[in-house]
Design a protein around this ligand. Sequence first.
Ligand SMILES: [Zn+2]
Ligand SMILES: [Zn+2]
Length: 240
Amino acid sequence: MTQKNWTRDELILALDFYIDHRTALPPQSSSTALQFSRELRKVAPDMGASHAAYRNLNAIFMKLANFQAIDPQYTAQGRKGLQRGGRSDANLWELFSSDPKRLKEIANAIKQAAGQVSTHEGDDVDTIVEATEGRILSRLHTFRERNRGLVKAKKVEVLKREGKLACEVCEFDFDNAYGAHSTAAIEVHHRLPLSALPEQRKTKLSDLALVCANCHRIIHSRNPWFEIDELRKELRITVG
Ligand SMILES: [Zn+2]
Ligand SMILES: [Zn+2]
């Protein structure tokens, strides 16, 4: 079986493991290495049917050697590591090598969320860009914000408090435009950082934001995803 490219989720776990053992990688035959390969295996089913089911220790250690090749601490001693790791390795390194704490939070969240949402429930390939935090957490986000009961409760709560339903980004007023159909038109976006999602078993209404479909699409169109306030500011700049 040919090995598929490493997914972002797998790379996050691998980089987290690498950083933990940066000064001295454990031997390939060690229980530490074996334990890590088991953890990696747990996320494989979430990566989709076409994904190679599991990576052997050889493949894992090649990936760790790819990280060595772009790790200044490693190469400073004249060592080379394994070149040609690819753009996604470098990209991940740039994002997380200076913030191992955040990397660990995300890695732990991925491990915790693995297997929670089936591959069909939270997928929307048209509108959802896989976040920096990887596929499993992106899917969990989508799944949570589409919980019908919660979405309805959020709309009722806002309507009661504000007397209208408006997009929290562009302020588009749904009642004005759609009248009685407004509740069907507005969407809900989950505000919590992706790494905090698995911990939180029950979504609070205050974690949800009302957004129009356009703004929601824009929020998810960039990596990292936009925060509500960030996109609001951005819109003001372009609108003038
Ligand atoms: Zn909007
Ligand atoms: Zn969303």
